[in-house]
Design a protein around this ligand. Structure first.
Ligand code: SF4
Length: 693
């Protein structure tokens, strides 16, 4: 019998994992993913991907995918299946009831860093327009919000100063608190190639000796939580050794003298004493930065997830300003974004203080503009800054926040101090979770709505370099799932706002018509492999390199921001005598809700382990493979020891992915007061060796 197999379909998509924003073709037949094919036209990655982009897609057809709405049966404490009509009607009715009974700020929304820009926009539109609250946030609260604050304070835009091409072309790349080779592998490959083939210099500063540290021309290994000190000491060094760009400072920077005076305490001697970096190494790093023609500085969670991460991020940006390393090709500050669309979730308004395009909710004229565009009276838009993720959880735990709507975020696992988060979810009156799996967060929900992964819908993402890219529907939604933008549109209609979007391009057109930053963005200009880097002018001209002639401040000048070092909120003591660090691995992603499905990725790194330094191992008789318990003041975990010089002295490191319940049983409530980012990296701990079970 002759029959013809269905044709292979080739569809462009954008990776759903890290913020590099690799794009590629997916070759499919029906729902079967035959291969991931990177192509030379891809603007970020060309023909490169990492293991996750290439292979971590088994989750799409996993048998545990949610395929129909679920409603909690309170009598039997279980979920029952429901129709979309019943589930959405219940959500609409309960949210409006709670708003009317307790006020708009009794409800909080957490948008998804995995969902599209259009979906982020609708999330904040429901919060602001229908509920009347600015309590909307996304997971950037837990990663790069401190970096964004540092950039707001100094140069004005909460995004990378240039593009990945600038990083590639820089004379010197400085990597601080970022395990780039594992967390942003394709960017790391470009740096490795530039370093090896073009003679690009590489300076790495990190307490953990990861792959990029091994490759560095100079590697500085500071005591954790002291980065503001060495960065400020190097700024002082620049002034003292003739490397400060005085012409640039005179023409383009405010508060130079005030800042210079604030550097008084930051001598090399002081920096050596506080950071444990020998002053000769500090001076060598100062010479390397001072002599470089162009410097790109990359940083990530090793800087931001501390009790003063915003200040340290500011200090790094200060150092770039002092040396004139903004506004030229191959220069600038680059906070490395973790999730594929954590930049876009913020850009499109899932933040407590800004509308899409970072337009301030406290500005009356801005509120009038958005109200007019949305066809409502300006008095209906709140000018009060809302609650962020951290505050929502605290308020819910105190029974003051009555409802939350969480989209695609694994709050119950990924937030610090998870026992407190679980308490909050047990206390809250009404919890809606929109996700693709029954996540640990969804287990607490009253209603679970099955959304779609990116391959089952259309939309756009923004990567770490502010690049907006389209992704297309590779296969139709599984079962009864719906694209998240459609769920939010249907919900709004049930709450009396029939917006009627039938395609995400209409949502983007609406944003472009209101938010100046996206004025020239439309789907046609993003067709296929085309992309735009924001801000985008109405004529479609985009801005790969920021600050070429003015900074994004009122008078166009950068600001040197004076700082003081503050000690971490939690440090080792006699009982908890070690410090516990944590971070990501190449082979997994976050909670493993996606990479933990199917055989192709999970088996690469299935086991949880703790890295123990050779010094500590010798002192306590620990060998690789030993079974140990690590405990903090909040909780403990039992896992396998791995003795390695990636960590030093009394520092431990655990990956964030594995474990039941996971590392956040041990992290605490302390946080950066400027941005409410938890200090995930400041955990005092102790270690016991256990007999093998
Ligand atoms: Fe995906 Fe990031 Fe890997 Fe690129 S580097 S394939 S965006 S996980």
């Amino acid at each position: 019998m002759h029959w013809r197999q269905p044709e292979i379909k080739r569809t462009k998509t954008v990776c759903t994992y890290c913020g590099v924003g690799c794009s590629f073709e997916m070759w499919t037949r029906d729902r079967h993913l035959l291969k991931v094919q990177p192509v030379v036209e891809a603007p970020v990655n060309g023909i490169s991907t990492c293991i996750k982009g290439k292979f971590a897609w088994d989750f799409i057809n996993d048998k545990e995918r949610l395929t129909t709405p679920l409603i909690r049966d309170r009598e039997h404490n279980c979920f029952r299946e429901a129709s979309w009509d019943e589930a959405l009607s219940l959500v609409a009715r309960r949210l409006l009831e709670i708003r009317d009974a307790h006020g708009p700020d009794s409800i909080g929304f957490i948008g998804s860093s995995k969902a599209s820009n259009e979906e982020a926009y609708l999330t904040q539109k429901i919060a602001r327009l229908i509920i009347g609250t600015n309590s909307v946030d996304n997971s950037s609260r837990y990663c790069q919000n401190p970096a964004t604050m540092g950039l707001f304070r100094t140069v004005g835009y909460g995004g990378d100063a240039g593009t990945i091409a600038d990083i590639e072309s820089a004379d010197l790349v400085v990597i601080v608190g970022s395990n780039t080779a594992e967390n942003h592998p394709v960017i790391a490959s470009k740096i490795k190639a530039a370093h090896k083939l073009r003679g690009q210099k590489l300076l790495v500063v990190d307490p953990r000796r990861h792959e990029m540290a091994e490759r560095a021309d100079i590697y500085l290994r500071p005591k954790a939580s002291t980065d503001l000190i060495w960065a400020s000491a190097l700024s002082r060094y620049m002034f003292e050794h003739g490397y400060a760009d005085l012409d640039f400072l005179a023409k383009r920077v405010n508060k130079v003298e005030e800042y210079r005076r604030s550097l008084e305490p930051f001598t090399l001697e002081f920096a050596e004493r506080m950071t444990n970096i020998p002053r000769g190494q500090l001076a060598a790093a100062g010479e390397m930065i001072g002599q470089a023609k162009s410097v790109c500085l990359l940083w990530a969670m090793g800087i931001t997830q501390h009790s003063h991460g915003a200040d340290t991020s500011t200090a790094l940006s200060n150092l770039l300003i002092v040396t004139g390393n903004y506004g030229r090709p191959g220069t600038g500050g680059y906070p490395m974004r973790g999730h594929n669309n954590v930049q876009g979730a913020s850009d499109f308004g899932c933040l407590k203080n800004v509308f899409p395009g970072y337009e301030k909710v406290t500005d009356e004229k801005v509120r009038e503009k958005w109200a007019k565009a949305w066809g409502i009276d300006a008095s209906r838009l709140s000018g009060k800054i809302g609650q962020d993720n951290f505050m929502m959880v605290e308020e819910a735990a105190q029974k003051r926040l009555k409802a939350m709507y969480v989209i695609g975020e694994e709050t119950a696992f990924s937030d610090a101090d998870s026992e407190n988060v679980h308490k909050a979810f047990r206390e809250i009156d009404f919890l809606v979770v929109q996700d693709i799996f029954m996540s640990r967060t969804a287990e607490f929900a009253d209603v679970v709505l099955p959304g779609c992964p990116s391959v089952e819908k259309e939309g756009t993402f923004v990567n770490t370099e502010r690049r907006i890219q389209r992704f297309y529907e590779v296969m139709p939604p599984l079962g009864n799932c719906r694209p998240d933008w459609r769920i939010l549109t249907d919900l709004a209609a049930r709450m009396g706002h029939p917006w009627g979007y039938t395609h995400p391009s209409q949502i983007m057109d609406e944003v472009a018509g209101i938010a100046q930053m996206f004025a020239g963005v439309n789907y046609e200009r993003l067709e296929g492999w085309k992309s735009l880097v924001w801000p985008v002018k109405p004529d479609g001209t985009d801005t790969p390199l920021l600050y070429t002639d003015r900074f994004h401040t009122d008078d166009g000048k950068a600001v040197l921001y004076a700082l003081e070092w503050k000690a971490p909120d939690e440090d080792a003591d006699n009982e908890y005598d070690l410090m516990l660090d944590n971070g990501r691995m190449l082979e997994q992603f976050q909670s493993t809700n996606q990479t933990g499905r199917g055989p192709r990725i999970w088996h690469e790194a299935p086991n949880w382990f703790v890295e123990v330094s050779p010094e500590l191992a010798a002192e306590r008789g620990i060998e690789s493979g030993a079974w140990v318990r690590i405990s903090s003041r909040r909780g403990s975990a039992e896992l396998t020891a791995l003795v390695t010089d990636r960590v030093r002295g009394k520092t431990l490191f655990v990956p964030i992915h594995q474990g039941k319940p996971g590392v956040n049983e041990m992290t605490g409530e302390h946080h950066d007061p400027d941005v409410n980012t938890p200090a995930y990296k400041e955990v005092a701990a102790k270690l016991e060796v256990l007999p093998r079970a």
